[in-house]
Design a protein around this ligand. Structure first.
Ligand SMILES: Cc1cc2nc3c(=O)[nH]c(=O)nc-3n(C[C@H](O)[C@H](O)[C@H](O)COP(=O)(O)O)c2cc1C
Length: 607
């Protein structure tokens, strides 16, 4: 067989690129192709920008065969691996068949809905995810992963490129349909084999896409999921990296330093919105000041959002950052280090206290492996972001390098962004890391100047001897590193757990997006000190969920000027105290949004 990479085959006829173009006279060897004239180019970008996934507003008008033919021919011109053209298109119009298919999708939609946290479930119920019966034509795009035989160029090491090729056919179809005024809605609530059997697909064909196609009166300007508040578009500059992953920025601009960028984006609260919230609290049908602390919470939420009333902080997501600590070797905790990894498995399985509290509050739990000293199996709900398998012992040297501290901070920023882009309107901090109260105490001393005896607590519960040792370990660490609170990255690197760095980044990310973040106990508090040292205005986004039993936490809260919402003597961590405060923060916003005013309700004010 001829080597397909060796160049043009002499038997294949004249090279179409040799010599001047017969139409324009342009010589392709010396002149570059000019692209399309501006108007045609604009039309291409226009169809890309205005293509929408359409779920509602379909018209019953039939789609003429010639229009459908053009759209399918456009799909068939997609690029494909080794030019294997692995797609087939199954055009379905039969009502009875569509009813059976709609029933298959409805079952999986209901199963998905049952798995959602309560706040998300409400939003999902309002969404329409399939138009199988509202559209005159449904088109299934399949993939034959074997088409072209075993020597298909480019498919050997990446067999998934066959599926990618069929997806490109979907893209072409979607764009051509938009140009024809046809809406397309992609439905993926199927068990692939169930659907394949309904369609009589041979066993070696995969279903790639189920598309509902029909005329519409208008196309929405934005994705429906964005308009409905389910998810947001990520800025393109977050998606473009220069040379290496992580050096983000658009071509022609300097690569952005994500941390510097996020810090620059954090601003002070909006005093106008805060004044409006205070004024509204005074006009609400209740005695002035009678909501106590919650009035301040509502005012701070308004200041953060920059409007009054502020949006409801819902849905919410608890991010549990898990990592191990080298200082565990100093005997500061009665628990073996392996418990960190074991608890991660418990969070992911839904069996920890934070899962129970989050279920009660209608919040989602996401677990992040930011530095657990074990290989963790990839499972849904666990984000693999390991910086290293645990930190070093800070009594012997820095817990981590500066680069690792920056990496942890950046990971936290990105997780905050992703969770907000996924539709969350309130972030909640959680943590897991055996020995992390020791690292927290050191961080708190470094940032606030507190004495180790004042900032160190008994963590999960230790005897007097271990407690004395723990204080001494913190003191030794401080003496060794002589931390400079004006260098927050250096302080994190000296003592921090990876979860402290990531939580600090998480707080900065939330503050930059002006989304409230509810802090759990002493670990989140230590991270908030680092965040405040990097960007003092970040604290405007922070709400202290509770006061933990750890003495360092009280030191932290008074240093940051935050008042805890719940004070129940909790000392568990995981995010439990913060989740308990979630309904309080949500109620504060809801009251400001929904309670009538004296004038609107016709209730007499106190004279
Ligand atoms: C692979 C894939 C599967 C999808 N599955 C569904 C679905 O099951 N139901 C639905 O309503 N939309 C589905 N969509 C549509 C997306 O929600 C939609 O493309 C996205 O929100 C962006 O909106 P836009 O296409 O209008 O830009 C799917 C899209 C893709 C690419």
């Amino acid at each position: 067989m001829a080597d397909p990479l060796a160049g043009p085959d002499p038997l294949a006829g004249p090279d179409p690129l040799a010599g001047p173009d017969p139409l324009t006279g342009r010589d392709p060897l010396t002149e570059r192709d000019p692209g399309y004239p501006a108007e045609q180019r604009d039309a291409v970008y226009r169809v890309i920008a205005e293509r929408r996934d359409v779920r509602r507003g379909f018209r019953p008008d039939p789609v003429p065969a010639d229009v459908l033919g053009r759209v399918l021919a456009a799909a068939h011109q997609a690029p494909s691996v080794g030019f294997s053209q692995p797609w087939d298109f199954i055009v379905i119009t039969d009502r009875a068949r569509r009813e059976r298919i709609a029933a298959l999708a409805a079952r999986h939609r209901d199963e998905f809905a049952a798995d959602l946290p309560r706040a998300r479930g409400g939003a999902f119920a309002a969404l329409k995810v399939s138009s199988i019966l509202d559209t005159p034509v449904n088109i299934v795009v399949s993939c034959d992963r074997t088409r072209g035989g075993r020597h298909t160029l480019g498919r050997r090491t990446q067999p998934q490129t066959a599926d990618f090729s069929s997806v490109l056919a979907v893209g072409n179809l979607w764009l051509a349909a938009r140009a024809e005024g046809l809406g397309v809605g992609w439905v993926s609530f199927f068990d692939e084999r169930e659907l394949a059997s309904e369609l009589g697909l041979p066993a070696h064909l995969e279903v790639i896409a189920y598309l509902c196609v029909g005329y519409v009166s208008r196309f929405a300007p934005e994705p429906e999921l964005a308009t409905a508040g389910w998810a947001r578009r990520r800025p393109v500059s977050w998606a473009v990296h220069t040379e290496e992953f992580g050096r983000r920025g658009m071509p022609g601009t300097e690569p952005v330093d994500p941390l510097a960028e996020v810090i620059a984006a954090i601003g002070p609260p909006d005093v106008g919105a805060m004044a409006a919230a205070r004024e509204r609290q005074d006009r609400m049908t209740k005695p002035r000041g009678s909501l106590g602390e919650l009035e301040d919470v509502s005012v701070r939420l308004a200041g953060l959002a920059g409007c009054c009333p502020p949006p409801l902080p819902e849905p919410a997501c608890v991010a549990v950052f898990a990592a191990d600590h080298g200082v565990h070797a100093q005997g500061v905790s009665p628990w073996p280090r392996e418990v960190t990894a074991q608890m991660v498995a418990n969070f992911v399985a839904g069996g920890a206290v934070v899962n129970a509290f989050a279920a009660q509050a209608g919040a989602e739990v996401t677990v992040i492996d930011i530095g657990v000293a074990a290989e963790l199996e990839p499972v849904p709900g666990l984000l693999p972001r390991k910086i290293a398998p645990g930190t070093a012992d800070f009594t012997e040297g820095p817990a981590m390098t500066r680069d690792q501290a920056v990496a942890a901070l950046t990971a936290g920023v990105e997780i905050a962004r992703d969770l907000v882009a996924a539709g969350n309107r309130c972030l909640v901090t959680g943590d897991m890391g055996i020995a992390n109260t020791t690292a927290s105490a050191a961080l708190i001393c470094a940032f606030t100047g507190a004495d180790p005896a004042e900032a160190t607590g008994r963590g999960t519960g230790i005897d007097a001897v271990t407690y004395a040792r723990k204080i001494e370990v913190v003191r030794r660490g401080l003496a060794r590193h002589q931390p400079d609170p004006a260098d927050p990255v250096g302080v994190i690197a000296a003592f921090g757990g990876f979860e402290h760095g990531a939580l600090a980044g998480f707080i900065l990310g939330a503050a930059a997006l002006r989304v409230p973040v509810i802090l759990d106990g002493v670990i989140a508090g230590a991270a908030a000190l680092a965040a405040a040292a990097l960007a003092p205005d970040a604290i405007a986004a922070c709400f202290a969920g509770h006061r933990s039993a750890e003495p360092g936490h009280a030191v932290t809260l008074s240093y940051l000027g935050l008042r805890p919402l719940v004070d129940l003597g909790l000392r568990l961590g995981e995010g439990t105290g913060a989740v308990l405060a979630l309904p309080l923060v949500q109620s504060a916003a809801r009251a400001l949004r929904e309670v009538a005013t004296f004038d609107s309700a016709g209730v007499s004010d106190k004279t």
